[in-house]
Structures are given as C-alpha cells and as structure tokens.
Design a protein around this ligand. Structure first.
Ligand SMILES: [Zn+2]
Ligand SMILES: [Zn+2]
Length: 295
C-alpha cells in the first residue's frame, strides 16, 4: 500500500504561506520577520529534509526489524489510520515532553526553539539530528502494536504538517477549538521563555494530552510571550544552530569527574550541573515563584 508523503506535498504551501504572512505584515506594519532569522529558519528546514533523506534509514531499519514482532496486524482500513493518528499524537506528546526534559533529546530539539521570533518561518526551523538522537524510538510502540509502517509514517507526516500553521501571532483565540486542538495561542506559550509558560503545551495536534497530564498553560494577554530559549545562542549560523547543544553536552561529559555526572549531563533536564552552577527550568520557575511571593 502506497501512502503519499504529507510533508513534501505541503512544502510549496509552507513557502507560499510564509511569503503571504511576511508581505501582509510589511503591508500593515505588524511584520514579525527578520531577514537573517528567516533565512536561518529556511536553511534549517532544508537541512532537516536532507538529514531525513540521508539518515532516515536508521529509524526505517529499526521499524522494519521490529514489524514482524508486532502484537497485531491492524491493516490499512481508514479507521485504523484515524486511530493511528491519535495514538501517534500521544507518542508525539511523550517525545516532545522528553525533548524538553532530557538533555539528550533537547540537544536535537533546541534547534526548533532557537529563534527569538515567532512566525510561520519558525515552523520550518527543524532539527538536523533527529534520527541520530533516536527520536523515532518514541514511535516504535505504534509499530510493535501492529500499525503498518506506511500508516505510522503517514500519520507522523500529517502531524508535522498540522503544526505548521500554529506558528503565528496573526491568529488570536479560536473559541471552542482551543479546548481540543493545539492552536497558535497554545503553541505561542510553548515557545515562550516567561517562567509562567516554561515547560508547557507539548501537544502536536490535540491539546487534550496537556490537559490530561497537567502540562497545560493558557496564554494570558497580560503576559506577552518572550520567544526563544532561556539561554539564547545569538547566532544565525546554521551549523552552530544545529550542533551547539551537542557540542556543549559533549564538553560537559568530557570534563565530568564521575559516572553520575556523565549520566546527569545526558539524561537530566537541560541546565543541570552537579554543582548547580547553571539553572534548569525548574530552578528558574522556583526563583520566579519566590520573587512573586515577596512582592
Ligand atoms: Zn518544543
Ligand atoms: Zn513550534
């Protein structure tokens, strides 16, 4: 059974919509685009496609090896595709939460958060090292359950395509949709570094997972999102954007004096150090809560 690749089909529309948002913003003076930033985002998007083509075989091989051991064989009927899409979105939620809370996965995911701007081009700022950081392992349970490989790749592609349009400040709130779907408002919160907003709204398509698992935070009009990462990297160089956190992590590991700290630098949340010389998001939030209590 042949399924189309949703991401390559949607790519012309991505480019067109970026151009429309950019031109419209210039027209009415609300543009949130910066030339260097947009160029870097487009290069990261292009590089991520190249990485997918050249390294995608890693995940594909693991899935192919695992498929014969699947518990069931769900086949290709359309309800299977719908259920796989929902299950895949849950897998994405788990992946994305790990991507923010485990430095190994953050080293790859930080790329998507490295822009201090928030517009449709930010959606294209994708990692180059996803296959190397073994992100695909989060989708392995779908294969082991019995969803065919083609269906898993197809629904994963749809999920990525869905997430494009939510990277915008041009849409405020969408009424009852906000309850079920991941929306521009919810995802602005996810990209924000305000202590109130840190580590929230990990959803891909459905915001219900964040509501169920306690990671949902609503956007507040009196708290405009400040975009980026808590320690911004201040570079438009695509190579530095792609690899800076991997390099920092391996430097930390090479200077480690104990096995415990090696494990910490790989599996603890970003910012963790044995001597607390840097801040994790938990520490930033605690400091913020304490300062609020005082004032
Ligand atoms: Zn994220
Ligand atoms: Zn995003």
């Amino acid at each position: 059974v042949n399924f189309p690749d949703p991401v390559s089909l949607a790519t012309p529309a991505f480019i067109l919509l970026v151009v429309i948002e950019l031109v419209m913003g210039r027209w009415n003076g609300t543009s949130r685009y910066e030339a260097n930033d947009t160029a870097t985002s487009l290069l990261m998007g292009f590089g991520s496609v190249v990485a997918g083509i050249s390294l995608g075989f890693i995940g594909y091989s693991v899935f192919t090896l695992a498929a014969p051991y699947a518990l069931f064989d769900f086949g290709y009927a359309w309800p299977v595709i719908v259920i796989c899409f929902i299950a895949d979105d849950l897998a994405y939620y788990v992946f994305h939460r790990a991507a923010h809370r485990v430095r190994w996965f953050w080293a790859s995911h930080v790329i998507h958060h490295s822009s201090q701007y928030y517009n449709l081009s930010t959606a294209l700022r994708q990692t180059w090292t996803g296959p190397l950081s073994l992100n695909f392992l989060f989708r392995l349970p779908l294969v082991l359950l019995g969803f065919p490989l083609e269906v898993v790749f197809f629904t994963a592609g749809i999920n990525l395509v869905y997430q494009f349009w939510i990277h915008t400040e041009t849409i405020d709130r969408l009424g009852p949709l906000e309850w079920v779907m991941n929306t521009p408002s919810h995802h602005r919160v996810h990209h924000a570094t305000n202590p109130l907003y840190l580590d929230s709204n990990y959803a891909g398509t459905f915001i219900i997972w964040d509501r169920m698992f306690g990671t949902f935070v609503e956007e507040r009009h009196d708290e405009p999102p400040v975009y980026g990462i808590v320690a911004n990297i201040a570079t438009f160089n695509p190579l530095r954007v792609a690899f800076h956190e991997w390099i920092a992590m391996f430097k930390d590991i090479s200077r480690s004096k104990s096995v415990k700290s090696i494990f910490g630098f790989i599996f603890a949340p970003p910012g963790w150090t044995p001597d607390k010389s840097r801040e994790t998001t938990d520490m930033i939030k605690a400091r913020w809560r304490a300062s609020k209590l005082k004032s």
